[in-house]
Design a protein around this ligand. Sequence first.
Ligand SMILES: [Zn+2]
Ligand SMILES: [Zn+2]
Length: 219
Amino acid sequence: MAVGIKMKITIIYDNKVVRPGLRADHGYACLVEAESTPAILFDTGARGSILKHNMAALGVDPGSIGTVVISHRHSDHTGGLSDVIKASKDVEVFLPESIMTGIAARRVTRVRGPLEISPGVYSTGELSGIEQSLVLAAGKGLVVLVGCAHSGLDNILRVASGFGEVWGVIGGFHGFQDFHLLDSLSLICPCHCTVYREEIVRLCGERYRKCGVGTVIEL
Ligand SMILES: [Zn+2]
Ligand SMILES: [Zn+2]
């Protein structure tokens, strides 16, 4: 696989914000920008109006998005999808196979097993019949991007380690409590639905990265 590609992650939609002028709401979306490939939007938040507001405030042009990856079918991750498709007509959408609803995009790929989405960006494939996560072969190492981790962060990390040694994880950890699985990671950024955030902050020290709309992580 391609490794060592410089990437930038920007949190666009989250339950928290890190600075004024951005809107918090229950949901999740982040932008993945990699060298010389169109931007990838991972999830689309709950409401298109908030997604668009935060994009504008963060200087993200919806028309620059080439690909949307939806982690799973819940509305706090899919709510802004139709607005993104309206703004960027040729966008390619990657959905877990279990999403059966009609999507108005011209190019839709239903994801079952692992696949390469763009250079250095891989889907784990749909896990536990609900959710796909991304594995980024970024400059600093392999970084796992998760939506809500409904398939279990322990399970996702195990599958991701099949791509190579995992360096970091960003996204919603849900009720994840197997904290020892984070010991070997250098970047831990719990977002959105993470229940045990305080414990993770305490355990991870310098390796913890605060998540909210406006968080930018260079990888
Ligand atoms: Zn969910
Ligand atoms: Zn969620």
